[in-house]
Ligand binder design. Sequence first.
Ligand SMILES: Nc1ncnc2c1ncn2[C@@H]1O[C@H](COP(=O)(O)OP(=O)(O)O)[C@@H](O)[C@H]1O
Ligand SMILES: [Mg+2]
Length: 370
Amino acid sequence: MAGASKKRDRWDSSSEEENDAKESKEPQLAKKKDTKKDSLPTHNPLLSGCRSVYDTYERLARVSEGTYGIVYRAKDLATQEIVALKQIKFDKEMIKEGFPLSALREVSVLLAMSHENVVNVREMVVGDALDQVFMVMEFMEFDLKEGLSRFRDALAQSELKSILLQIVAGMQHMHSKWLLHRDMKTSNILVHRSGRVCLCDFGLARSYQEPQLQQLTQLVVTLWYRSPELLFGETRYGPAVDMWSIGCIFGELICKDSIMQGQGELDQIDKIFEMVGVPTEENWPLFKKLPNAGLLRWKPRKREDLLIFQKFPVNKPVSSTQAFLDVNGFDLLRKLLTLNPKQRITADDAMQHPYFKEGVKPKTPRFFCE
Ligand SMILES: Nc1ncnc2c1ncn2[C@@H]1O[C@H](COP(=O)(O)OP(=O)(O)O)[C@@H](O)[C@H]1O
Ligand SMILES: [Mg+2]
């Protein structure tokens, strides 16, 4: 049983050394599979608890390590299927306090959703130690951030549409379940071989109500994707925060780089005003009620100076690596990047936008078909 104990050691350590060793394990795998296959029960976690990671998955390689977890590529020992396992990170303090809140959120949110554009969680598995809890997900080829950096040419209009439509569809599902994502960005969107795109990383997600009476923390969303209401201290925000982030992602799909890269909160506000203009009595009447509204002064900006018109000229390619937008595409971008959250387009309305209905049809992007 040396093989089994080696496998166990691997799950018990967080070393990256296994990367080279991944395919050399096949014979052991086959042996294990033969003995397990016939007896594999239909697993009901409510009756028998979570299965053991050692008996069920072989760790192949580490994919990424982030704030809340380490993601591994692994193989299902029974079916040989490749899956992703996200090991929930516990620090010493957390163990004292119990199961980490972010992980609990992520798991409960994911269990509440079922949609082709939201990453699918199959089960939770555990190791021997208290801090070994893993979320088993379908394996996705890469995240969108990496996808964009791999792809040197501009995305075609049809490809751009397909990716954005899928992101909006996943978000529409999430919002219809009264859930906010609160950390939408290209590294939290996964790309499957088939061209399917899924939202992932629900560590900051939470439920919301309408009207939003509860106060929520405004310390959410990675700075470059953070909406103006959050930056001005709004605590009663809603799904519009995710739609702003989707606007930033749309721009990034076009330019292949984040479109507003602030160096801090004030600079981020500056970048937003440069891009889409400043709040006025007409475009955002309730702006002055925001906690930080009185802290800043700014000059009005002329419409023709706004960066959005320069960066995204309608029907005019800017360079061979940058995609371009037709009239409908530009209209949707503006509606997503609308300062006033009450006027910002919702996921429901975005799904019905003419950008997705007229002109070229959405098509699976080339870099997924290779
Ligand atoms: N199911 C998956 N398949 C393949 N890669 C994944 C999967 N889930 C996450 N990843 C990769 O791991 C990274 C981190 O995962 P994520 O869920 O965003 O956690 P974190 O809280 O660490 O950001 C993602 O950006 C992506 O590159
Ligand atoms: Mg993430």
